[in-house]
Design a protein around this ligand. Structure first.
Ligand code: PLP
Length: 395
């Protein structure tokens, strides 16, 4: 490369400079170079998208569905989504003004934060949490206020603790059940208490329910369906996890028009529309019994793996809360006398098993590791054998 102007050093924004590198990235970069690894690291379904949905996508391309759609997304899909949410959770949105299809929940999060926050506005972010939450707040000019979740509360928000972090600048709270990284599902009582807390402090609630269909032995509690929550909630959902459609990049936001329309304006100027073939395929995902059965079959498979890994981890000696949702389990590694980073790095080096240190999801995740069971039972069994061998050496 020729140095045309060697003294030139571009100045990028302070916001970007303030972003910490993701704790997950370096880990996954190393794993990618290790073919022998048994990975419990990646938070993505190992299943391919169900055949009927894939075929719908192929047909969409062949039929020339390769153009922009309306900004909010194709109206048939918005209508199908409104019906789906009403049928499943009894929560009602006007498909003409209260739903936008987005490029994954990732974009929906970006829209929510950018629409809500003025510089310095604070968002309560219970941690551990999905790694994008704090950066999304910071990129929108806000301040992410981390509030610890505790294992003894089953990783549900504890209002007494939240209370200590509220200031006059607190504008919103970002919740996520079923929960990444702990696998906790929403507890109806804890959510009702949180709803009262949000009302008392006049907070907007952003509820990321991307794993809503992946619950085991419990019912999913849809936050905006709870009493007194609808007006102040932005519901985020998507197709990546439940329908094994991560690469299609499709999610949505649903909220009262007063919140949704500002988000739609940002979407219009930044992204314009979510991918068209993905939207057409998603219609099949929502409207066919076959797709529904495929989701249920994947859920049952995750459930079997969940029981296998929880039993295995407990029998090795890890204190492990029973995860009720998503495809994660969050065992406590402290009884083995090492911190989560050391545990994860040594396990990777010595036994080629990848788990993610809990501290990658925020300080409150320290002492735990995230194991994703979106992988085959054979892989889980092999990982458990290697983990058992590894902890023998730690003793
Ligand atoms: C809690 C949570 N929200 C959002 C996302 C991003 O999902 P999407 O693929 O829809 O952008 C993830 C992905 O891991 C997640 O775990």
């Amino acid at each position: 490369m020729s140095a045309i102007n060697p003294g030139f050093s571009p100045k990028t924004s302070r916001r970007v400079a303030a972003l910490k590198p993701s704790g997950l990235r370096k880990f996954f970069d190393i794993i990618a170079e290790m073919p022998e690894v048994v990975s419990l690291g990646i938070g993505e379904p190992d299943f391919d998208t169900p055949e009927i949905i894939r075929q719908a996508g192929i047909r969409a391309l062949q039929a020339g569905e390769t153009h922009y759609t309306s900004n909010a997304g194709i109206s048939t899909l918005r209508r199908a989504l409104a019906k789906h949410l009403a049928n499943r959770y009894g929560v009602h949105y006007d498909p003409d003004t209260e739903i936008v299809l987005t490029v994954g929940v990732s974009e929906a999060l970006y829209l929510a934060m950018t629409a809500l926050l003025d510089p310095g506005d604070e968002v309560l972010v219970p941690v551990p949490c999905f790694v994008s939450y704090q950066p999304e707040v910071v990129l929108a000019g806000g301040v992410a206020v981390e509030v610890p979740l505790r294992a003894e509360d089953d990783f549900q928000p504890n209002v007494e603790i939240l209370q200590q972090y509220v200031t006059p600048r607190t504008k919103a709270i970002l919740i996520n059940y079923p929960h990444n990284p702990t696998g906790a599902a929403a507890d109806r009582g804890a959510m009702a208490t949180l709803a009262r807390f949000a009302a008392e402090h006049d907070l907007i609630v952003i509820s990321d329910e991307i794993y809503d269909r992946l619950v085991y032995g419990v019912e999913h509690v849809c936050f905006p369906a709870l009493e007194g929550t609808w007006e102040r909630t932005i519901l985020l959902g998507g197709f990546s996890k439940d329908y094994a459609m991560t690469g299609w990049r499709l999610g949505y936001a649903a909220a009262p028009a007063s919140l949704l329309q500002p988000m739609l304006r940002i979407h219009q100027y930044t992204v314009m529309t979510a991918p068209t073939p993905a939207q057409v395929a998603a219609l099949t995902a929502l409207e066919t019994a076959e797709a529904d059965e495929a989701v249920e079959a994947m859920r049952r498979a995750y459930d079997r793996r969940r029981r296998l890994i929880v039993d295995g981890l407990r029998s090795i000696g890890f204190p492990t809360r029973e995860p009720r949702g998503a495809f994660y389990v969050f065992p406590d590694v402290r009884p083995f006398g090492v911190d989560d980073e050391t545990f994860a790095w040594r396990l990777l080096e010595e036994e080629q098993v990848a788990v993610v240190p809990g501290s990658a999801f925020g300080k409150a995740g320290e002492g735990f590791v995230r194991c994703a069971y979106a992988t085959s039972e054979a892989n889980i069994e092999e990982a458990l054998t290697r983990i058992a061998r590894f902890v023998q050496r730690l003793h």
